[in-house]
Design a protein around this ligand. Structure first.
Ligand code: CU
Ligand code: CU
Length: 337
């Protein structure tokens, strides 16, 4: 499949007029705006008006690939299980070469775990035995390197798995927090930017308090091979949560497991509009910051907890404006229902 080539500059120049044209189109068609971009019932008309103010970046006109539920498996983590030391948590990860659509009409020749970028969300409770059966169905040697505490021979640096080969990782999951995993074959920069990474949640022995939970993995794509990202996203698709806002209840705490796997750029960030949140760096202690913006370097991650003061539509995005305009942005629809 021939992929469209975009340099970073062309993407900026090319995307800007299309996006800039949308506010007028959105306003002209205001009564006809329907679907995921329509404010949910319960939002006041002033919220609807506010939403139209973001018409360039919200609703059906947003150039995001895929349908409304496509990323649910990456967004919604498996449930936490009670503390039971020694229980085995089994996962199978297979490295696969896949052409994936990362922005509307833009494909990327990815190296994936199980066919998606990011790979599947792994979850265990502290003191579970994590068992990951890794098969290499790709065209290059790969590994899985987990962040956390584990024996040296389970570190995924020296145990290179050739195409057609397999390796089973097995170790007690610890410490609790938001961990992650990624390939550690050389050249590392290439193996990470091609898409071999994912979230790995370890729950504490004493359960966290109830909350609505989601996972956001920040990443980027160099679609023209010049060593710079042309698109940015959370959970793999540019502008996806602008087209399909994430609906949450005001009465429920929203817990976000956030990780940064962006290659090439030194940092990435998460900024929330209209609200403050608790940020637990790595999520392995109960210390937190109270803020509305956090930055993470590559491999850094943390846990965000939001207690909503207001219903309505709130934007979230990278606070690097360029990343925002190249796809790393979305909305929460906070509803009272
Ligand atoms: Cu690799
Ligand atoms: Cu790492």
């Amino acid at each position: 499949m021939a992929s469209r080539r975009f340099t970073r500059r062309q993407a900026l120049i090319g995307a800007a007029p299309v996006l800039a044209a949308l506010p007028m189109a959105g306003l002209a068609a205001a009564p006809a705006v329907t679907g995921p971009g329509t404010p949910p019932p319960g939002l006041a008309s002033r919220d609807a008006h506010a939403a139209l103010g973001h018409a360039a970046m919200i609703g059906e006109a947003v150039p995001a690939p895929g349908g409304p539920d496509d990323l649910d498996a990456l967004l919604r983590p498996p449930p936490a299980l009670p503390h039971r030391p020694g229980r085995v948590r089994r996962y199978s990860l297979t490295a696969l070469d896949r052409e994936i659509e990362v922005a509307k009409g833009v494909t990327f020749p990815a190296w994936t775990y199980n066919g998606t970028v990011p790979g599947p969300v792994l979850r265990a409770t502290e003191d579970d035995v994590l068992e990951v059966v890794f098969a290499n169905g790709g065209s290059h040697p790969h590994t899985i390197h987990f962040h956390g505490i584990h024996p040296a021979d389970m570190d995924g640096v020296f145990e290179i798995v050739e195409p057609g080969g397999a390796f089973t990782y097995r170790f007690p999951a610890r410490p609790y927090g938001m961990q992650l995993y990624h390939c550690h074959a050389a050249p590392l920069k290439k193996h990470i930017h091609k898409g071999l990474y994912g979230a790995f949640i370890i729950d504490p022995p004493k359960p966290r308090r109830p909350a609505r939970e989601i996972v956001l993995v920040m990443n980027g794509y160099d679609t023209d091979g010049d060593g710079e990202n042309n698109f940015y996203s959370v959970n793999g698709r540019a502008f996806y949560y602008a087209r399909y806002p994430i609906r949450v209840r005001r009465s429920e705490t929203l817990r976000i497991y956030l990780a940064n796997l962006t290659e090439f750029d030194l940092i990435n960030s998460f900024h929330l509009h209209g609200e403050f949140f608790r940020y637990y760096r790595t999520g392995s202690t109960d210390q937190f910051d109270y803020t509305d913006t956090v930055m993470q370097c590559q491999g850094e991650r943390g846990i965000i907890e939001i207690d909503w003061h207001n219903a309505g539509r709130f934007m979230f995005h990278a606070h690097q404006s360029e990343f925002t305009e190249l796809g790393w942005m979305g909305f929460f629809d906070v509803v009272d229902a």
